[in-house]
Design a protein around this ligand. Sequence first.
Ligand code: ARG
Length: 396
Amino acid sequence: MSVSNDLYPNASLPLERKDSGVPYVRPNIHVESYNDFDPLRHVIVGIADNQHIPEACPASNEKIPADSPMRGSKAGRRTQESIDRANECLNGFAKTLEDRGIIVDRPGAVDWHSRITTPDFSISSGFGVMPPRDCLLTMGKSILMAPMSFRSRYFEYLAYVDLLREYFESDPNCLIEQAPRPRLSDDSFRMDYVAAYEYLSDEETMARSLRKEYSTKETDILFDAADVMRLGKDIFVQHGLTTNLAGIRWIKRKYEPQGYRVHTLSFEDNHPIHIDATFCPLRPGLMLLNPHRPLFKGQREIFEKNDWEIVEAVNPAWDNPPPLCYSSTWLSMNTLILDHNTVCVEATETGQMEQFDKLGFEVIPVDLRDAYAFGGGLHCATADVWREGTCEDYFS
Ligand code: ARG
């Protein structure tokens, strides 16, 4: 396969991968998504291969709740047994989506085992390829690779380079972008925020969070894609441990000239990392809020003024997250919406399934709990490539 180029109209430039000869151009690829609830047509589902528990870094210490089994865990490759089981869950999830006619792509496996060294930092290993939602931000017809604020996730975008290249070559309107790369040097963090391997109590982290004092400083432009919630023309970004104010300013300056409006949100959460187990859009006019993480004062107004209903999520089915999991039990509300009436919910979350049923959704149970430790729930484990629908103005 080849393509001619405007600059060299007579040349025929190869478009196959050098190693395998597999062409970059695929038929019927369309990149476009403006929210989390319009009909899903194409999605990326993560893989668990080669995942590591990286050594603690200044950004990650603070993000692990005091009662989490991750606290104090040793760095190193996760067991093959846990990787296989997580892949079984992720493959099952991918199959469920494919059976409903959704195109599913999987990222490439990278060996994260090597030490990562840049002029500014060095860490024992990478993290993994889970969860795609943290790294990739689909904004309309473009996909942006986020800066990432964990040192172990600095090179995570490598797992997506081939796929993104395919989208770029296959859809003439698709643009692939990279946010500014942070340095993540010792200057980027309050290095004395948590002395390594020493933990802050939940009371202390909550007090600091309410004062908006995080381990990440404003030295770098930092955000993870999963702190961004897209609702058509309005983009809501959570300020917290993974996204700083410089990151939000960058998102504003990048997308507001394109017609988007960018808002900052903060929640009473002692570990504000990634918005998708805290405040989740379900369909136009309906939000699901974590009852333990109220919005800061005044921040409900934009929703209420525009007649959006905010319902509180029911309690999770579990008292504790699974072993070696970074997230809280609130992954119960981390679901994948397939369209305005259909939602995938983790299969053991019976209360959450019932709540969706009452809200008028068809609920598809998905076995995913054994993949939680690899970075999150059903929303985290995916990244949008294409949802039907256009960029609506819900908050004019
Ligand atoms: N901070 C959330 C919690 O523990 C987890 C969010 C995970 N989301 C993600 N995109 N990785 O409740």
